[in-house]
Design a binder for this molecule. Sequence first.
Ligand SMILES: Cc1cc2nc3c(=O)[nH]c(=O)nc-3n(C[C@H](O)[C@H](O)[C@H](O)COP(=O)(O)OP(=O)(O)OC[C@H]3O[C@@H](n4cnc5c(N)ncnc54)[C@H](O)[C@@H]3O)c2cc1C
Length: 449
Amino acid sequence: MPKKQEQKRDVIIVGAGIAGCVLAFHLATAGLKVTIYEKRAREDIGHDWCDSIEKKTFQLAGILAPKGEEKRANRDHLVILSPDLQSKIQLNFYDYWIVDRNLFQKRLLLLAEKAGAEFCFNTEIVEPIGKGMWVIGVKKRDGEIVTAKLVVDCSGINRILGNKIEILDLNLPLEDNEIAPAHRETHRVEDNILKWGENEISKKHLYYRYGYEKGYSWINFEKEDEVDVGSGVTQGYSKRKPKALVNEFINLHKNIEKEKLREGEGKIALRRPITMVWYGFLLVGEAACQNIPTVGCGVGSSMIAAKIAAEVIVKSIRRKEVSIDSLWEYQVRYTEERGRDHAALDMMRRKLLQLTEKEMSFLIEKRIISRSDFEKLIHAKYPRKSIIGMLFSAFKGISNLKLMLFMQKSLLQANRVYKHYKTMPKEYDAKKYHKWFLEQMYFFKEIEE
Ligand SMILES: Cc1cc2nc3c(=O)[nH]c(=O)nc-3n(C[C@H](O)[C@H](O)[C@H](O)COP(=O)(O)OP(=O)(O)OC[C@H]3O[C@@H](n4cnc5c(N)ncnc54)[C@H](O)[C@@H]3O)c2cc1C
């Protein structure tokens, strides 16, 4: 096994988003010397909007739950509306808080800073520096090279380091069907009464019009008289831009004031996570494709992944062994915690993408995608179905046999992915992992033919 030279700096993190800050906080707390490079200015990190963040992920990530102004709202329920707005399913369980992303991001930054992490803002990293198969540092835009025992890519969807490592899927570009452009705006509402189709909007619930324009649109009261209107579509699959969908909703509702209180947009990675470690190198957060593929939420997963990564990094650095063999524990633990559910959800998402809005509406109307299925797919869990369950579903939808057969096949394909992810090698073995890797790539290629 090749050996690495000793370095003064323990860890370099690229990107001071959610993943980077949570990781830096835990590493610095454990006494490691950490430097974070962030291309934006300190005052520009975060987003000018509120996110839905899974409640349980705060505790799992070792981060205190939001409170005060940071926690905008508790949501009692999520209501799923069909694309045609004719059917709705109210979930019994919705384990998310509505969190001010700017305030939360700034709290994470301060936590990491107080723990001793060093932040370098306005510093864009352009590529990784390698030595043999190892990643040993990074190159800044001004050409300066900095090195460390370990390098972590937390740069979000652009995966700035991973993209330049020609190994396995690390530099595999996201396809159109793996990207969701999204847009959201907050507006004041005059008399507080809103309708979506014939559905009256309750201030206690968040609403998803699921399957609309090959994505979903949402409405959520963040305050008594402020509403967040948003939309995400699959790139190249919808002719409409998410901003146009948001504007359309606002223009249709005369009691929504035109002035925007907050606004933001970006692209969301929807692919399952595959390879997350290499020699002296890890990817965490959206850079590792850790968003929930069926809803695009990624803050919770990024926090959990950062906590697991921190535990593995601390152990690895203490025993002076940062090769892929040692870091593999992160790959295995994250895959068990979320990765395999996300992989099966990614398969379901791709299959649902092949349906028309009419077919999606039918699946919701007939409860073929049931309340409990939605509860799971919103909370990062793959709703594994037994064959009996599938037959029962088929019975409910007998009037559309072709669609039911399609759904059954899709579930079998998603089940197969879930099972395959369970067989990912527990110890790193290049030959075995490559075999596993190629098989999972094949499952996803196969459905495109
Ligand atoms: C419109 C929209 C709405 C969303 N809503 C939700 C939601 O409600 N709930 C939810 O959970 N998720 C939501 N998401 C997804 C969520 O924002 C991501 O999952 C999350 O930001 C991932 O965190 P991260 O730390 O991995 O990446 P990021 O937050 O993207 O952080 C990456 C950081 O790296 C920096 N960086 C990038 N390149 C470089 C470079 N070359 N050099 C130095 N620094 C670099 C960036 O400036 C950034 O600060 C939404 C996304 C969008 C676009």
